[in-house]
Ligand binder design. Structure first.
Ligand code: ADP
Ligand code: S3P
Ligand code: MG
Length: 172
């Protein structure tokens, strides 16, 4: 049983890359946010609105632990905040876990998020200037946790296909 775990800031491509890596490797992929939404029968936005972020983080932790415990080989795309709460970063170091930080610059993240923020409650209501500032500070705060991953793949100026190949190389 092996788990390939993709982590990194919102917009770095965890969900997109997990799906494409799955197609090439035939290893089933799981998106932690999607599973949270299915369990809660609500969107991430609704969970934040109705129950608040602390409730979301609790659910996120419980489901992450559960996914790591299953006997299947899986590719798991985390949420951007997953490694930063409830000591989840310690789980990235597990023997059966290949954790990979998809590292993106502030510019890459900003460019990908600016038109894709509505489903991300932490940035949904920010204007462009606020968002750039927020990403810069938040990425700095979170980098300690992201750097706990076993591997790092830089995604700036890389296509989806190139990043998938970079991951395969790191895992070889
Ligand atoms: N080279 C690339 N690699 C990954 N995503 C890319 C790339 N270029 C553009 N994108 C877009 O950036 C966004 C990344 O979002 P997503 O995969 O949801 O990231 P995350 O799950 O890390 O928040 C998607 O809209 C995707 O289509
Ligand atoms: O960075 C975060 O704290 C979050 C990232 C989101 O996932 P993506 O990174 O896939 O957007 C989602 O889990 C939630 O909106 C909180
Ligand atoms: Mg995602």
């Amino acid at each position: 049983m092996k788990k390939i775990v993709l982590l990194g800031y919102m917009g770095c491509g965890k969900s997109t890359i997990a799906q494409n890596l799955s197609k090439i490797t035939n290893i089933p992929f799981l998106d932690l946010d999607k599973i949270i939404e299915e369990r809660a029968k609500m969107s991430i936005n609704e969970i934040f609105e109705k129950h608040g972020e602390i409730y979301f983080r609790k659910l996120e932790h419980e489901i992450f632990v559960e996914l790591l415990q299953s006997d299947e080989n899986n590719i798991i795309g985390l949420g951007g905040g997953t490694p930063c709460y409830a000591n989840n970063h310690e789980l990235l170091k597990g023997e059966k876990v290949d954790s990979i930080y998809l590292k993106a610059s502030i510019d890459t993240l900003y460019n990908r998020l600016v038109y894709n923020k509505s489903k991300r409650p932490l940035i949904a209501n920010m204007n462009e200037e606020e968002m750039r500032e927020f990403i810069a500070k938040h990425l700095f705060d979170r980098s300690f946790y992201y750097n706990q991953a076993k591997h790092k793949v830089v995604v700036d100026d890389r296509s989806v296909e190139e990043t998938v190949q970079d991951i395969l190389q790191v895992l070889a």
